[in-house]
Design a protein around this ligand. Structure first.
Ligand SMILES: [Zn+2]
Length: 153
């Protein structure tokens, strides 16, 4: 048995069963097919191709989208690595003392220099409120010993 979705001239879609594809061809040739809804004999197999094309297009769009996302994140990762390397080269890692050091420099207690380190969200917002110029640099503040990919912000 084989099932076809048939459609009539008035676009009624219905399913019909045939013993095989030549059985369908024979019935069609002999005009034995008729619409289950309106009994029209102008009946043909529905063409599924447009649906297939549409879903394939969606698939491709999604793939393209995913591809561009992964390219972007690779680019972003590269940039973050470059920033990190630059900071390592030029700045001093003050670790957990970041907030103290940044504040000391801000108030002129210490000579200004480039530093990086860790700050909690609370410390960071306190510094910002005090007008200390700091910038969150995702990844850079992640402790070396931590294998986690978590970012501080
Ligand atoms: Zn019909």
């Amino acid at each position: 048995m084989i099932r076809y979705d048939l459609i009539c001239e008035k676009e009624h879609v219905f399913e019909a069963w045939f013993s095989n594809s030549s059985d369908y061809d024979r019935q069609e040739k002999e005009g034995l097919l008729c619409c289950a809804v309106c009994a029209s004999s102008e009946v043909r197999k529905t063409i599924m191709a447009p649906n297939v094309t549409t879903s394939r297009k969606k698939e491709q769009t999604r793939e393209t989208h995913q591809k561009s996302l992964s390219v972007m994140s690779a680019e972003a990762r590269k940039m973050a690595e470059a920033v990190k390397a630059e900071i390592r080269k030029n700045c001093e890692n003050v670790g957990d003392k970041f907030a103290d050091e940044a504040r000391a420099m801000h108030y002129g207690e210490k000579e200004s220099r480039g530093i990086y380190g860790k700050a909690s969200l609370r410390e960071a917002s306190e510094l910002a409120e005090e007008g200390v110029s700091i910038a969150p640099l995702p990844d850079v503040y992640v402790p070396e010993e931590s294998k986690s990919d978590k970012k501080l912000n």
